[in-house]
Design a binder for this molecule. Structure first.
Ligand SMILES: [Zn+2]
Length: 177
C-alpha cells in the first residue's frame, strides 16, 4: 500500500499523477540506505524489530534530485480528470463508476485510444451515440498539460494519509479514516 509520500530533493512530490507514494517497508529500507531523509512520521504507528521501535515514515525526501518527466499518461482516471468528470455529450457530472471512455471516431472505424480521440461519457450517452453518427462532444479532445491536470487534481475530492501531506501537495484534504 501507499503509506509514505515521496518528495524530490526540492521538497515537491516526485510525481503527482500518479502520486509518488511507497509502502512503509520500502521507505524504511531507503532510509537505512541513506537514500531518503524522513520528514514526518505517523505518531501512533510504530513498528518493532528485535532491537528497536520506529515510527512509520509518512513523508520522506530523496537525497538526489529525481528527473521525472512531466508528461501525463493516458489513463481512465486522467481522462476523466481532464474533462472534470463531466459527460461530454449531456454535460452532467458523474462518479467514476458511472463513466466510460468514448471514442470520438469509433474503434470500428479505426479510431485510436488516446488523448486526441477520447472523451469522458456517461454510459447512457455512450450507448446512445452508438446508433447516431453526427453527435459531437462539447469540447474537442486534447492532450492536457501536466501542471494543468495537477491543478484539476488538487481540486478533486480525495483523502490523504496524514494531515501533513497537504502542505506538500498544495491541498487541504481530510485525512482518510
Ligand atoms: Zn451523458
Amino acid at each position: 500500500m501507499s503509506d509514505t509520500l515521496l518528495l524530490n530533493s526540492n521538497y515537491e512530490p516526485i510525481s503527482v499523477l500518479p502520486l509518488s507514494v511507497i509502502n512503509w517497508q520500502h521507505a524504511i529500507k531507503l532510509m537505512y540506505l541513506g537514500r531518503v531523509t524522513v520528514l514526518e512520521t505517523y505518531p501512533n504507528w510504530i513498528v518493532r524489530s528485535e532491537r528497536l521501535a520506529l515510527n512509520v515514515p509518512s513523508v520522506a525526501v530523496t537525497r538526489d534530485y529525481f528527473h521525472f518527466k512531466k508528461t501525463v499518461k493516458f489513463s481512465r482516471y486522467n481522462l476523466y480528470l481532464r474533462d472534470l468528470f463531466q459527460c461530454q455529450y449531456c454535460s452532467d457530472v458523474f462518479d467514476y463508476e458511472d463513466l466510460t471512455i468514448d471514442h470520438v471516431v469509433p474503434r470500428s472505424s479505426g479510431g485510436r485510444t488516446n488523448w486526441l480521440n477520447c472523451v469522458t461519457s456517461c454510459k447512457a450517452c455512450n450507448h446512445r451515440k452508438g446508433s447516431l453518427h453526427n453527435i459531437r462532444p462539447m469540447h474537442a479532445p486534447y492532450r492536457p498539460d501536466y501542471y494543468n491536470l495537477v491543478k484539476k487534481w488538487q481540486e478533486m475530492p480525495f483523502t490523504v494519509k496524514q494531515e501533513s501531506w497537504n502542505k506538500y501537495l498544495g491541498t487541504n484534504k481530510e485525512v482518510a479514516a
